[in-house]
Design a protein around this ligand. Structure first.
Ligand code: 13P
Ligand code: SF4
Length: 317
């Protein structure tokens, strides 16, 4: 069985296998840890294993490599990108930063290492509010590349943000109109949504949070019905956690299966077995780029763990 071979290979090669909640259940089944973007970065950094295989998307693996250059970081498929990375090309992001030199730039972890290298601090959806609250009140805030998460945070914090116009191609496809109808049909359901959804969808949500926050809600909330507006890989975790509850997926526009992330779904057990056994594809980063990207990522880790940080007075490329 392929699962047994992967387990054996992990032991033989000292590999830690991490998986995101959006991966298929067979991949989650062979993982040592399953988590959200922040947890995956923390586990990757803390692990004593010499190799990490990241079953998620490439920016997650890059984050581990930025934090732990001594480790070999592998991915099942180098094409597992992210639309937010595609929506934030380095040259354009640099121009945007230069146009607002006194602003502090918070960049969502769903970004390339190059974009991280010209950012002041990184955030994930689970620590974003903490990061915003750490920015001095007299400094303008630039937020990219997810405008929906940025708009949500701006509203929550009561601060004006200069937003980069990127979005997640999966989360923008949830339909506010259909969600409204579904909510009316199920008035007892708790609506939970990822902040990458559009504002029109988020207005109907009872709880907005990262993938781990949404799972926690399903675990702790005694309600018997949930409508979930995020990628569908996480639904099986919710159903396993709460077999007594009905878990409904929020409806997408049209009749497509478009609430699946096409990048996360590029991974499979065969590619995982091959990656561990052949030690490729491997994430490699230019060292000067890595060191620049480390500054913003380390600031995120410091703020998350309650350590004090300092900020540059202005942006210098
Ligand atoms: P989380 O950090 O909430 O796991 O989200 C990652 C992601 O890519 C959501 O689309
Ligand atoms: Fe990127 Fe969206 Fe896929 Fe998350 S769901 S990895 S934001 S494309």
């Amino acid at each position: 069985m392929i699962e047994n071979r992967i387990d054996q290979l992990k032991k033989e090669t000292d590999t830690l296998l991490l998986a995101h909640f959006y991966e298929e259940s067979d991949i989650q089944g062979v993982a040592d840890h399953i988590g959200d973007s922040l947890k995956l970065a923390q586990w990757g950094q803390k692990s004593k294993a010499s190799r990490i295989l990241m079953a998620g998307v490439v920016f997650m693996a890059e984050s581990i490599k930025i934090l732990s250059p001594e480790k070999t970081v592998l991915v099942p498929d180098l094409n597992a990108g992210c639309s937010l990375v595609d929506h934030s090309p380095y040259d354009k992001y640099l121009e945007w930063r230069k146009a607002h030199p006194t602003g502090i730039c918070i960049t969502y972890i769903n970004s390339s290492a190059a974009v991280k290298s010209i950012s002041d601090v990184i955030c994930t959806s689970s620590n974003a509010e903490k990061i915003v609250n750490a920015i001095p009140k007299d400094r303008p805030i630039l937020f990219g590349p997810d405008k929906n998460l940025g708009r949500y945070l701006s509203k929550k914090s009561g601060r004006d943000f200069i937003l980069w116009p990127g979005a997640c191609e999966v989360h923008v496809l949830f339909s506010a109109k259909k969600l409204f109808t579904l909510k009316k049909e199920h008035p007892d359901a708790v609506v939970i949504a990822h902040p990458e959804c559009m504002e029109e969808v988020l207005q109907y949500a009872d709880v907005i949070g990262s993938t781990s926050r949404l799972l926690q809600e399903v675990e702790k909330n005694p309600a018997k019905k949930f409508i979930v507006a995020t990628e569908d890989g996480i639904l099986h975790n919710m159903r396993e956690m709460r077999p007594d509850a009905t878990i409904l997926q929020a409806p997408a526009e049209g009749s497509c299966a478009c609430n699946q992330c096409p990048y996360m779904k590029l991974n499979n057990l065969e590619k995982i077995e091959k990656a561990i056994s052949n030690k490729t594809p491997e994430i490699t980063l230019d060292e000067s780029l890595r060191l620049k990207a480390l500054v913003s990522l380390q600031r995120m880790m410091d703020i998350t763990d309650g350590r004090a940080v300092s900020w540059p007075d202005k942006f210098e490329a």
